[in-house]
Write a protein of this length. Structure first.
Length: 639
């Protein structure tokens, strides 16, 4: 076993090293004090603030517990860095904006991974006062922004500040709860918990107040523009019935996840989903009403303060004024409506005004933030209906509506394919935190794999011991040459099912228009994977790169081992293209040219160690001169 060990200034001298069968790399000895002093916040403490990293480091510490001084393995941490991408702020293309804590909690509950909370790791640019939560939803890096207060003005301020720190944001989803129109313009019923998505927004409080009433401004310069073409195309693709059913199925899947984790997000009783006649006021009616309450005067529309927050049962709202009750209906699953959303700095609590706007403007929902974001960032409003925008509104359905809104936002992002920014990769390629050396290997790979006019398929097999750097070399090659290929696909090959899934997930990227269908079984996944292979095999499509990563379950003989599979069946049937395979198995070289990956040289390993610590050779020399001590790196070969 080959082991590096390092003694830092201020430690109690060389401690030697201990052997662990699963560690082959750099072992760093330090005390708790040196951990803070030498590594500082940039490496350890900042990572410990992030839930996902804290868990990984804790597991490592538990495995090494009981040994003094504390043993900490940089390669083990580095392996996590290589496997789990920690993107920079410029790699966030999607923002989610929420006005209420309740809304943000629902969104964060559906994060697949949390990178950072309140900018402990990512920090912010000067002049940005927003509160951020960073994470991953599906394949997307997402920054969640919680507004300090509700309203269009606050939303506009938050959106403007967002662009200071996150300059590459392409789309903002305004996610949360809203008031809903009981019926859509197409006469479809809308119930509490259903979700509305904006394809247009109107500011219904922007206009002129005349003696005879209010007139909304409708001039070209006074109205909000349409969504950008990308958003319009996606929303159009989600309109057909089959697409809508698939979309709603994805939403329900995410909704069940959040509800299983915490009952707080579950649906209230359907019997409590009651719609009153639009003209029927929410005020005191019963005999138990306060004496001389202004509500009891049937000739007045005045409502006393106590009635505003009281339930319909307490007030005695009449049962014969109920226009619709959901309790008798069998299907209570939430549905999704796409249409015009009304946005204002006022809360809509009038059934009559609501119906007038629905009739005149064709709106499906009422909210208070979308218009503020709309003119700052390309925007989609996705909100769960928590009331009917009338005087009978209450908070009983808010948690459930927040959950349906968040679940729909996550489903929406499964269809969203962000525009590739200039100079960026066309597909997600894993990131590496540090990379040094291997210039000769990179040069040889490029010489073998570069796209040419020759009709030959070029295959490079990177093979070597586990953890030696095969994946890192492939990642660096793909990122370095991302502009030399028209398409790059990074495919996980841990087993056959994972490879089929990776291939099938590439289909939306290569279809125009994109395909919006849900993969519900293995057969559909196989069909989609085959469509990707057919696309790669097209005679006029020759400048692509496919990376098959971690192919360690290989067998060219069918039925040899249930866990193994023949990688060759996933090669496109064509005499063009470039392929990289990373594997521990030397026998895969029968599929292409052998590129054995060796351990780093003494010099490069030292550079990697220092770079991982945020240091350079010059830093070490300066430390030695200032403290009169020596930072030593010793190399041992135990065979």
């Amino acid at each position: 076993m080959r082991v590096w060990y390092v003694t830092f200034p201020g430690s109690e001298g060389s401690k030697g090293y201990e052997r662990f069968e699963d560690i082959d790399g750099i072992l760093v000895y330090h005390t708790a004090g040196l951990l803070t002093t030498f590594f500082g916040l940039p490496l350890f403490q900042r990572l410990m603030r992030i839930a996902g990293w804290r868990n990984r480091i804790t597991r490592l510490a538990m495995r090494l517990a009981g040994r003094e001084p504390l043993l900490f393995s940089l390669p083990t941490l580095a392996a996590s860095v290589y496997q789990f991408e920690i993107p920079s702020r410029d790699e966030f293309a999607i923002a989610i904006i929420c006005a209420l804590t309740l809304e943000a909690e629902a969104v964060e509950a559906l994060f697949d991974e949390t990178y950072d909370r309140l900018s402990a790791f990512y920090k912010k640019q000067s002049g940005d006062d927003n509160a951020y939560f960073n994470g991953r939803i599906g394949s997307h890096n997402v920054v969640l922004c919680l507004m300090p207060r509700m309203g269009k003005g606050n939303a506009a301020s938050v959106a403007a500040s967002l662009k200071i720190s996150y300059r590459k944001i392409q789309v903002a989803l305004v996610v949360g709860i809203c008031g809903g129109a009981p019926y859509s313009p197409t006469k479809e019923e809308v119930f509490l918990g259903d979700v509305i998505i904006s394809d247009a927004v109107i500011e219904y409080d922007f206009g002129r107040q005349y003696r005879g009433g209010f007139m909304r401004k409708t001039g070209v310069r006074d109205t909000l523009g349409r969504p950008n073409r990308e958003i319009q195309s996606l929303l159009a693709g989600l309109q057909p019935q089959q697409s809508r059913r698939d979309f709603q199925a994805k939403m329900l899947q995410h909704l069940r996840v959040i509800q299983a984790a915490q009952p707080y997000w579950r649906q209230p009783s359907s019997a409590d989903d009651v719609l009153y006649e639009a003209s029927y006021q929410h005020k005191h009616y019963g005999s138990g009403s306060p004496h001389l309450c202004s509500c009891l005067d049937d000739t007045s529309d005045e409502v006393c303060p106590e009635a505003l927050d009281a339930s319909c049962i307490l007030l005695g709202c009449a049962q014969d004024q109920i226009h619709r009750r959901r309790g008798c209906r069998e299907n209570t699953s939430p549905t999704i409506q796409i249409g015009t959303v009304a946005s204002a700095d006022t809360v809509m609590k009038s059934g009559e005004h609501r119906d007038n706007l629905v009739k005149s403007e064709g709106v499906i929902g009422f909210e208070m933030e979308g218009a503020g974001v709309w003119n700052n960032i390309s925007c989609v409003i996705i909100k769960g209906v928590c009331d009917y925008a009338d005087s009978h509104k209450n908070k009983a359905w808010q948690a459930y509506a927040a959950a349906t809104g968040a679940a729909t936002a996550k489903a929406f992002l499964e269809y969203w394919d962000p525009t590739v920014l200039e100079g960026e990769s066309a597909v997600p390629i894993p990131a590496i935190e540090e990379f040094v050396g291997r210039e000769e290997e990179l040069s040889c790979l490029w010489k073998h794999l570069q796209p040419t006019s020759e009709r030959t398929r070029k295959v490079a097999v990177l093979h070597g011991l586990g953890g030696i750097g095969k994946t890192q070399l492939a990642i660096h090659f793909a990122r370095k040459h991302k502009n030399d290929f028209t398409a790059i696909f990074w495919l996980s090959g841990n087993d056959r099912a994972a490879l089929v899934s990776s291939l099938s997930s590439c289909l939306p990227r290569i279809r125009n228009p994109p395909v919006y269908t849900q993969v519900t079984n293995e057969e559909e996944a196989e069909q989609r994977a085959n469509q990707v292979l057919l696309w790669l095999a097209k005679p006029d499509n020759t400048r692509w790169l496919v990376v098959f990563d971690n192919i360690d379950q290989y067998s060219p003989v069918q039925g040899y081992d249930g866990s193994k599979y023949d990688l060759y069946e996933f090669f496109p049937n064509a005499d063009h293209g470039s392929i990289i395979i990373t594997s521990r198995l030397r026998e895969l070289t029968e599929l292409g040219k052998s590129f054995p990956v060796q351990k780093l040289s003494h010099e490069d390993t030292t550079r990697l160690l220092l770079q991982s610590c945020g240091l350079s050779i010059e830093d070490i020399r300066r430390t030695e001169a200032e403290q009169g001590t020596t930072v030593s790196a010793k190399y041992e070969d135990e065979g």
